[in-house]
Design a protein around this ligand. Structure first.
Ligand code: ATP
Length: 236
């Protein structure tokens, strides 16, 4: 079941040890070709949801299926999933490309060079990959982090606030990067607290508020919706 669906999240609930319910009830699906934005104000439960679906923390209830498989450490399906959830710690005295090679080797996967150029090209780093990371701007570090998540061209790419700290032209470029990535049947799930950013970047949106989904659907249908616009103004 769902063997060809990048992501199915069903009845997800996460209570922290102190009893705080960060995610009360979350259900959504990410299909091939979609760029899905998980939109909500700080504290809505986006990061918690992404950490659960990456297998970094266990859900209290519910399940996450990546191409029909539950995520467990060492699961073969992990190679079909790329993520930027925890900020990667790059080594500042190494170049961008050296950092990526080091990372790829640490994953123990073969074909270090196979998709390196492609990932770098999609992330738009250009010749900057030869420069030491300590010379990078915040935006370039973000791009490098995204390129890292794209290594091996995983069929499902999960990014937590990838445009954090980027300016509007850079955000517009991110739209191109992620939309292109999702072509050829790949899929992207990206979190954000900015409605305008989701509007620019995503094909579909899942709106979260206080641990629950309050709206979801195609961006064109959701964005003009006044409750969502209101929520953006009052809560973010
Ligand atoms: P942000 O944009 O700030 O990352 P978010 O929507 O991603 O927001 P989460 O980070 O998932 O939200 O946090 C949801 C709620 O869970 C927050 O109120 C947070 O304080 C709480 N929370 C997060 N981690 C823990 C923890 N380990 N123990 C208890 N509460 C936590």
């Amino acid at each position: 079941e769902y063997a060809d669906t990048p992501l199915v999240v069903r009845g997800l609930r996460k209570e922290y040890a102190d009893g705080f319910v960060a995610v009360a009830q979350v259900d959504f699906t990410v299909e091939r070709g979609q760029v899905v934005g998980l939109l909500g104000p700080n504290g809505a439960g986006k990061t918690t949801s992404l950490r659960v679906l990456m297998g970094l923390t266990r859900p209290t209830k519910g399940e996450v299926l990546v191409f029909g498989h539950r995520l467990t450490p060492g699961a073969p399906v992990l190679s079909r999933l790329g993520a930027l959830v925890e900020g990667p710690g790059f080594l500042p005295h190494l170049s961008g490309i050296e950092n990526l090679r080091l990372y790829w080797r640490s994953t123990g996967r073969p074909d270090a060079e196979a998709h390196l150029d492609e990932a770098l090209e999609i992330a738009g780093l250009g010749d900057a990959v030869q420069r030491k990371v300590r010379t990078y701007s915040h935006g370039m570090r973000q791009r490098l982090a995204i390129a890292q998540a794209m290594l091996g061209l995983p069929e499902l790419l999960v990014l937590d606030e990838p445009t954090d700290g980027l300016d509007p032209p850079q955000i517009a470029e991110m739209r191109k990067v992620l939309r292109e990535y999702a072509r050829d049947g790949r899929a992207v799930l990206v979190s954000s607290h900015l409605l305008a950013e989701v509007e620019q970047t995503c094909t579909h949106v899942v709106v979260m508020h206080k641990g629950e989904i309050v709206a979801s659907g195609e961006v064109a249908d959701i964005v003009g919706d006044s409750p969502v616009a209101q929520f953006e103004v009052s809560d973010v």
